[in-house]
Ligand binder design. Structure first.
Ligand code: SF4
Length: 349
């Protein structure tokens, strides 16, 4: 897949941009000063496949959580800061790996310089996080209401504030809860500058609707080669965001995120339990790292042909079924042996 060329920005040893693999991130929702809860959730996120974790730093009471997590879990941490530049300085001092702050919101240029200098000295990048719901009033006045162009104007304004102090270690996000506006903003941004883009549809909703909105927004952009790191926002346990992110990445064909299961919708020709089999195959492949396509099809007549692009698959018949590889039938088996034969052959791939 062709990806837009962006600069490489390194966050705690993880390279973002420049065609590097898409990085999945999430954010803690544990109480901001609670070290133990923060450590536990960070471990769970890491275990699930999250590579960068953000935490809210609303006040100085949250600063010790950075060191607390770092001493227990090896994963880059991002401090999410609004308005107070002193919190940014304290987070850098505490060893955070990235700051999410909008320099236009922290006061005069002296403060911006202090944050830029501290981040430069520590090698800490800054993510500018534009949100359609909190655009600067001058930008809103110009555009009348939040728009994709207004969001990019806002990003350029914040970028300019940092560049004025020769700070270019920047990642940018442009989030809206409106999927179309989010997509338009990122597309325009990718034509306007080459800083890496952190993709996300904000306030996307509960697990089902949030996944749908994120799949459309993030997935379409990724399919166009836009985006370097993603966060799926769900009103749910953040661990659920990681599986959702991985599924979006798999669905757009990004390598490195494990098997994709292709399964037919079933019809009047179906003679085996395709629904049960497809779920079982998906469950057994959880944790499998192979970038393969696995097909579960309902009939021998159409199945192998329709799933020709699959690396391996099964197709059900009347009491019997077929095992096929790349559309070519390799064996005919009793129905009850199909699943185990498929799993064994996947192991050998
Ligand atoms: Fe029907 Fe066969 Fe197509 Fe499944 S693969 S939907 S059973 S025709």
């Amino acid at each position: 897949m062709d990806r837009k060329n962006t600069r490489i920005i390194t966050v705690g040893g993880i390279a973002i941009g420049g065609g590097n693999p898409i990085v999945i991130q999430s954010m803690l929702n544990t109480p901001s000063g609670d070290i133990l809860a923060g450590v536990a959730q960070t471990s769970a996120l890491k275990e699930a496949g999250c590579r960068i974790v953000r935490l809210a730093i609303p006040d100085m009471g949250a600063i010790p959580v950075i060191a607390g997590i770092k001493s227990e879990v090896q994963i880059p941490l991002v401090a999410d800061i609004h308005f107070d530049y002193r919190l940014a300085l304290a987070a850098v001092e505490a060893g955070v790996d990235k700051i999410r702050i909008n320099p236009g919101n922290i006061g005069d240029s002296d403060r911006v310089k202090k944050v830029a200098d501290a981040c430069r000295l520590a090698g800490v990048p800054i993510r500018i996080g534009v949100n359609a719901g909190s655009l600067e009033k001058e930008i809103l006045a110009k555009h009348g209401h939040p728009t994709a162009t207004g969001m990019v104007d806002s990003a350029l304004f914040h970028i300019g504030l940092l560049e004025r102090f020769d700070f270019e270690n920047i990642i940018v996000s442009l989030k809206s809860s409106d999927v179309k506006m989010t997509m338009d903003a990122y597309r325009l941004a990718s034509e306007s500058f080459d800083y890496p883009l952190h993709l996300g549809v904000t306030e996307a909703g509960t697990e089902r609707m949030g996944l749908i909105k994120s799949s459309i927004g993030i997935g379409s952009l990724l399919a166009d080669g836009i985006g370097d790191t993603i966060r799926v926002t769900l009103t749910a346990d953040p661990v659920a965001e990681i599986a959702a992110a991985r599924d979006i990445l798999k669905a757009v064909g990004m390598p490195g995120f494990g098997p994709v299961v292709i399964s037919c919708p079933t019809c009047g020709r179906t003679k085996i339990d395709v629904i049960g089999l497809a779920h079982e195959v998906e469950k057994r492949l959880e944790g499998c790292k192979k970038d393969i396509k696995v097909a579960v099809m309902g009939c021998a007549v159409n199945g192998p042909g329709e799933a020709r692009e699959a690396d391996i698959g099964i197709a059900g018949g009347d009491g019997k079924g077929l095992l096929f590889k790349k559309g070519v039938i390799v064996s005919s088996l009793p129905e009850k042996e199909l699943l185990e034969a498929l799993m064994k052959n996947i192991e050998e791939l």
